[in-house]
Unconditional design. Sequence first.
Length: 441
Amino acid sequence: MNDRPRLTVIGTGYLGATHAICMAVMGYDVLGVDVDAEKVARLNSGEVPFFEPGLPELLTKALETGRLRFTTSYREAGEFGDVHFICVGTPQRRGSEAADLTYVDASVTALAAHLHRRALVVGKSTVPVGTAARLAELLRTTAPAGDRVELAWNPEFLREGFAVDDTMKPDRMVFGVTSAWSEERLRAAFAPVLAQGVPVKVTDLQTAELVKVAANSFLATKISYINAMAEICEATGADVHDLAEALAYDERIGGKFLRPGLGFGGGCLPKDIRAFAHRAEELGVGQAVGFLREIDGINRRRRARTVELVVELCGGDVAGKKVAALGAAFKPNSDDIRDAPALDVASKLASLGADVHVFDPAAMDNARKAHPELSYGTGALDVARDADVVVLLTEWTEFREIAPGAMAEVVAARRIFDGRHALDSAAWRAAGWEYKALGRP
Ligand code: UGA
């Protein structure tokens, strides 16, 4: 156990908290660092500040071992850690498509001042290519230990809702390094993960940075591809649901991330493709990924089209109509509402005069804060009471399992819009519902 480096994790959001907790469970001594004292206090008391299945139990377990604690002190971090993971957010910059690197720069600068001995700093945040080289120079020139502080890049591919599994047993690891020592330190920092046979790709810094945005761009492209086909289906009477299933049998295409519907949201895919396109333009190769703007455009059009179709379903006008909105989170098993298609649609319907009542199994608090103009209920049947139309926006299992007959008893009119192709259209139609979905006749 003694050959294991001591780890710090700077930034305790979805990524950092999960990483810190999982590494402690795997046997490392871990210090989590965040500038938010309230978040630090909650984590130290055993409370995960966001919804992530399985994580609260692991936090309890990790705290019990005594191997994990959280602090606001960078000085403590500098003294404690051999390997420091940077896990802060890189949101979209206000008024621009570029990534906002404020938190990355601030955390590396703050940490550097306290690095008095040989250490490895490892970036995990999603950043524009070229950031790592700049940060390496920042560390070299400002850390008291100077050249003895190295930087590596280790992009994170975890999905919200599967964060624990993705961290404990990722499908691959990418180590962007500039020396054999950095690679050795990373291998030591991930020994239990690598012992499971997880493949490692060792690259330079810029390739490691690119792997992440290239992966998210590919995923976004796949989703928008099938949603573009949905637009064609709508113009021709074809069924995109059947089309997607037929395409998926070709192993080269595959069915994953080929689910048509309301499209992608969240704190990653939308801002990552925009930041990537922006960065490529800065580098003079904007044309190479110019298609990402179209991917974004297709994705936005799905939201607008959903609003149009709900209005149509209500006979051309939603003003004064009661809408039951099922879902607020950007995807199921998450309370994350960043760039959530569901709330985008709900608030657009409200702006057209509809009386929108929202229910989500996990994201209610976040939704209420962001959209106080909407009404909120206590369950799917509760918001559906006397509704003129039911709109399924996030495909939580509990919504998939709603019995069409039970919901029919509470609504004012049996109209349902399935924004996620989550329901059995035949069963709903058989129960007397008018069923509509994107890209389906
Ligand atoms: C995404 C990537 O999947 C992770 O690999 C990556 O690590 C992460 O971003 C990140 O950059 O940190 P996440 O944002 O948790 O993960 O969500 P996804 O599961 O990718 O879903 C994104 C959106 O696409 C959701 O709104 C989902 O509803 C939508 N989606 C997904 C579809 O509309 N169709 C599909 O077939 C799949």
